[in-house]
Design a protein around this ligand. Sequence first.
Ligand code: ADP
Length: 274
Amino acid sequence: LEERLLHSQKMEAVGTLAGGIAHDFNNLLTAIVGFTQLSEQQVSALQNAFAGSAESDRLTELRQDLTEILKAADRASLLTAQLLTFSRRQTVTPSRVNMNGTVHDIQRMLRRLIGEQVTLVTEACEQPLPVMADSGQLAQVVVNLVVNARDALPNGGVIRVTTRALDIETSSDAPWPGLPVGQWVLLSVQDDGMGMPPDVVARMWEPFFTTKQLGDGTGLGLSTVHGIVTQAGGHVYCDSGVGRGTTVTIALPRLAHTFEAVTEPALIAARADG
Ligand code: ADP
């Protein structure tokens, strides 16, 4: 109980501190990203015009620098998103979301975040995986897990993002102790990186717990994941060992296929046509 109180006190503190700053900062970041992208386009046009000349190399360098700015801005956006979630400034609008769709939609952003040395493999199951969640928050969960996996692979490697449906009928079916009987949607992010010793695994979900250097980590990534998932009625689990890599799995309650699912606008239109 004491631990939980400390946890919620810490959350409270971050919320008050960060809410206002994160909100304004996010607007500034939008300007940074927008103008950098515009500059990148201009430089790219100049590169074409000056192709083969002495200026060409300098323009290539300039373009690389702009790409670095964009990468840093991506990371900063991630951080402000985490802070906004913490401060509960972000409006949360749960709706019926297909987990496979979420993973699909953010693939490009994930590839940009992990860089070229790391390979991203996504294995989505065939059937739709409907859950009740805020789609932005769900995306944030996946991004946070993938960024951690990337950080565990400084020399490159493979990150595997897998989704599947799982029905647990008796507790012996559970993939980890503590996942109750029920119908679940599972999402796993697996890396073959450095892994964690047991004392890190024990503390990884705590706010502000980080083993990374100042500037590289805030210790808010996994506590954000934990908060979002548990608030949506889900569970989190981590399997990790030093030198063995890490698999973090989240489980969210799977929604039943209801009649609503077939009254989507496209289908209504199709029926009207037919
Ligand atoms: P941050 O990434 O900012 O440090 P997190 O809450 O996301 O904060 O993670 C807390 C700590 O858990 C990390 O500092 C790291 O030590 C450990 N960790 C999380 N994910 C992984 C992973 N995939 N591989 C190895 N260590 C991890």
